[in-house]
Design a protein around this ligand. Structure first.
Ligand SMILES: O=C(O)C(=O)C[C@H](O)[C@H](O)COP(=O)(O)O
Length: 214
């Protein structure tokens, strides 16, 4: 898959909903009800971070949920790419980007949302062909004003800001011309997942799905 095709697919995924839930799931038994609750609320693109031993099993379970598009986050190595694809991930997300990682994703036909936080990082990926990127860590890197400033000289890059984004500050990003959607963990808080409060999660998802995107 070329970087251009990967970016086209990443853009389609980012346009599915205003928010991509970033999920850190430890118990595979919660995977399906959690994904169903988020999809029911209108958040259909889901990112499962490879930060728990259960993550690959969680991806495989969530991939069975109708209406959902499940991706793998925190991809750091070519081996992560292989495992994510085998588990059924339809897209990949990484906090930054390396040549080795991006080549592995291109070889595996896995559309990637690679992370950048500076103009130089964004330009390096743009040079390779990636016009859709994740702005990470968004809030710590200057938030919406920083992303707006990056957009002035680099309007051809569209972003999914992630990291410190919540219901309150999401509109600041979603109002920017260079923001397709945001990523965030706030729609699946650990206490609600642990309590099996799927209705509560659907409510949070619905609220997030209703955020206007300009
Ligand atoms: O590891 C990755 O690939 C990630 O996507 C990292 C996440 O962007 C942040 O962990 C988001 O976390 P919150 O600030 O809690 O919304």
């Amino acid at each position: 898959m070329t970087p251009q095709d990967a970016s086209r697919r990443a853009e389609e995924i980012c346009r599915l909903a205003p928010v991509i839930p970033v999920l850190v799931v430890s118990d595979p038994a919660t995977a399906r009800p959690l994904a169903e609750a988020l999809v029911a609320g209108g958040l259909t693109a889901l990112e499962v971070t490879l930060r728990t031993p259960a993550a690959l099993e969680v991806i495989a379970e969530m991939a069975k949920v109708e209406g959902g598009t499940v991706g793998a986050g925190t991809l750091l190595t070519p081996e992560d790419v292989t495992k994510a694809v085998e588990a059924g991930a339809k897209f990949g997300v990484c906090p930054g980007a390396t040549d080795r990682l991006m080549s592995a994703a291109e070889d595996a036909d896995l559309p990637m949302l690679p992370g950048t936080a500076t103009a130089t990082e964004a330009m390096v990926l743009l040079e390779r062909g990636y016009t859709v990127q994740k702005f990470f860590p968004a809030e710590a890197s200057g938030g919406a004003p920083a992303l707006k400033a990056i957009g002035a000289p680099l309007p051809q890059i569209r972003f999914c800001p992630t990291g410190g984004v919540n219901l309150k500050n999401a509109p600041d990003y979603l109002g920017l011309a260079n923001t397709l959607c945001v990523g965030g963990s706030w729609v699946a808080p650990g206490d609600l997942v642990a309590a099996g409060d799927w209705e509560g999660i659907t409510r949070l998802a619905r609220e997030a799905a209703a955020l206007p995107v300009s």
